[in-house]
Design a protein around this ligand. Sequence first.
Ligand SMILES: Nc1ncnc2c1ncn2[C@@H]1O[C@H](COP(=O)(O)OP(=O)(O)OP(=O)(O)O)[C@@H](O)[C@H]1O
Length: 317
Amino acid sequence: MARRILVLNPRSGDGKQSHRARRLAVERGYDVRESERAGDTVDIAREAAVGEASLVAACGGDGTVNEVVRGVDEAGRLAETTLGIVPTGTGNDFADNLGVRGVAHAFEVLESGRERSLDLGSARWTAAASSAGLSDAPRRPFVNSCVFGLTAEASARTTREAKRRLGVVAYVLSTLQGKRTFEGLRLEVRAGPRNDPVWTGDALMLLVGNGRRFPGERLQQANMEDGLLNVVVVKNRPALDYLTTGAADRLLRRGASHLTHLRVSHLEVDAGAARQVSLDGELVEARHLRADARPGAMRFRVGEGYDPSPPDPTDAA
Ligand SMILES: Nc1ncnc2c1ncn2[C@@H]1O[C@H](COP(=O)(O)OP(=O)(O)OP(=O)(O)O)[C@@H](O)[C@H]1O
């Protein structure tokens, strides 16, 4: 078996970049394995890791990165496998964070040998009224974010065409437009090693970031080596006008009184009823959710622009 495997999602982005990625990979001697349907990428990555591939690279958008990490994790080989990314999706947030600037640059990065151990987000959940089954629920990784509330519900409505045209802005716009009908989330949030109550109230959304910058923090690269999750609770504020220019930035502006920022290694949420949660864009139903950071759990090749300890947007004046 070839030791360097590119797991390619031909449906990511507009398809042109994945065509180019396939050609460059073949020229460089990678074993290119394409998915044929949704979910395939998890199986391909799992098999590659079980087969002791030394490098498994995800070729696609953030959803493909998530699935490749999931497959390698399911094989129990995250510690032994070097991961990489060739960004051919519409958003490519995760690749941006790692300093990977495009398809050609991605191959330079893969071959550079520059590698970092990065934190991985981990979620367990149950849709049941009781949280009793939470400890036994299977865990699912998230590389970028886990989102309760508005964004999760809106991303289900964001069309592929809008994503292609507007990239990540499409999610924010449909999120804000969704506000007209959004009823809010009654959340109880606990955090830290002793699971202390940290927030209770009516929220618009709860954002849990691992490798994700949220609107308003967008010039900042996320810190993926601090062993912590970057949590933002957005209080439901019916008076805010979400439909005007710059609303996304205002909504998540640093220091705004309707925001609570937390940096924690462990978080538990009770949403009072089963609600949609997005794990790197994939939607699941949860009432109780537990999110943990798995410090340094995955090894990724990173670009020369990657900063292991970027400034914390919540520390700045
Ligand atoms: N061959 C395939 N046919 C259809 N869907 C696929 C195929 N391979 C993977 N998928 C699905 O595509 C989704 C991932 O797409 P991905 O996020 O990588 O691209 P994107 O949506 O263009 O980019 P981004 O997330 O960066 O906006 C996953 O849900 C995955 O299961």
